[in-house]
Design a binder for this molecule. Structure first.
Ligand code: AHG
Length: 336
């Protein structure tokens, strides 16, 4: 039987060999440790009575905060601070950046931007949720960390990943050399390599969008959706509509099976809902590394020059041919 490789062994041997990568490997280990703990909390949430909303609190985006949002946020922040391999963090749950000032962390060159628990409104109904993260290097490690260090284009990410807490816990990662996935063995609590060099199919037969917003969408998107619904033997239409409402789960399915995930601007939300720095950027990096594409309707997500850490962006992401086609619809029709 072939020896199973842990995420750590695989990165060390294959994707991040050499001494210069040790700090990044250690940082990824801190993230993995927190992910293991979050996975455990989620599995026991119903029994430990930590489901539901947290004191009727809303986050800076006006969304309800669940108890598990807080638990996940704290577990990640603690693990990153204790690990000493990153200088600061942006979290969806915190309005301001967190800077680690202990002797080890403050000399680190890495920064983490994360959504500790994406799709958390799905937790109470036992639907998959996830963690999404993005890693950048500081432009200079000599200066103390400030908010400007975080405001970088997505094309400068050094690593990005997501952890999907589903029927199994899967950790999908890119360090800019393709995409791999590791599955948590719940008995030994170790992530093992399960999907090597993942490639997203060029096209798929499903699209993923909150179709309840149909009449709020720009005309170009309404027409694309109508096109997906039409019968056409050659292209295999009608396509299937698949929408979990957890970005991690919807994109994970599109990566493995082929498909298109859409969170558009609409009449009510001029920039959509999803956050550029810790949702769209990391997912765009992963999907591009797997051979897919990600645009905001006009340009490549990874080329957007950010203005603030919590800004939102529309996103069309997935199989390359599907993204190219929706881009044609957008260019040829009204998209306001
Ligand atoms: P939340 O964490 O508040 O549950 O939001 C989840 C995000 C994302 O994961 C998902 O794709 C999207 O919001 C769903 O939004 P809609 O409910 O508007 O479709």
């Amino acid at each position: 039987m072939m020896k199973k490789l842990t995420a750590y062994q695989y990165l060390l041997k294959d994707k991040l060999s050499g001494d210069k990568n040790r700090e990044l490997i250690a940082l990824l280990k801190d993230i993995k440790l927190a992910a293991r703990l979050v996975s455990k909390e989620l599995r026991n949430a119903g029994l430990n009575k930590i489901l539901g909303e947290y004191k009727k609190l809303t986050n800076i985006h006006g969304e309800k905060v669940t108890k598990l949002d807080i638990v996940a946020n704290n577990l990640f922040i603690n693990s990153l601070e204790n690990g000493g391999n990153c200088a600061g963090v942006v979290s969806e749950e915190l309005e301001k950046i967190v800077i680690f000032n202990n002797e080890v962390s403050k000399n680190s060159k890495y920064l983490v931007l994360m959504d500790p628990l994406d799709g958390s409104s799905n937790i109470d109904v036992n639907v998959p949720v996830g963690t999404i993260f993005s890693i950048f290097k500081k432009s200079s490690i000599k200066k103390s960390t400030n908010i400007k260090d975080f405001i970088q284009k997505g094309n400068r990410q050094v690593a990005a990943g997501y952890i999907m807490y589903g029927s199994s816990t899967i950790y999908v990662l890119t360090v800019g050399k393709g995409v791999d996935a590791f599955t948590l063995d719940p008995v030994v609590q170790e992530f093992y390599l399960s999907h090597k060099n993942i490639k997203i199919p060029k096209s798929g037969r499903s699209y993923s969008v909150n179709q309840g917003n149909f009449y709020e969408f720009p005309i170009a998107l309404q027409e694309y959706i109508r096109w997906c619904e039409q019968e056409d033997a050659k292209s295999g239409r009608p396509y299937s509509l698949r929408y979990v409402g957890s970005m991690v789960a919807d994109i994970h399915r599109s990566i493995l099976k082929g498909g298109l995930f859409i969170y558009s601007k609409s009449k009510r939300a001029a920039s959509g809902k999803l956050r550029l720095m810790y949702e769209c950027n990391p997912m765009a990096f992963i999907v591009e590394q797997a051979g897919g594409l990600a645009i905001d309707g006009d340009k490549r997500i990874l080329d957007i020059a950010p203005k603030s850490i919590h800004q939102k962006s529309p996103i069309f992401i997935g199989s390359s041919e599907m993204v190219k086609l929706i881009s044609k619809f957008i260019k040829s029709k009204q998209f306001d």
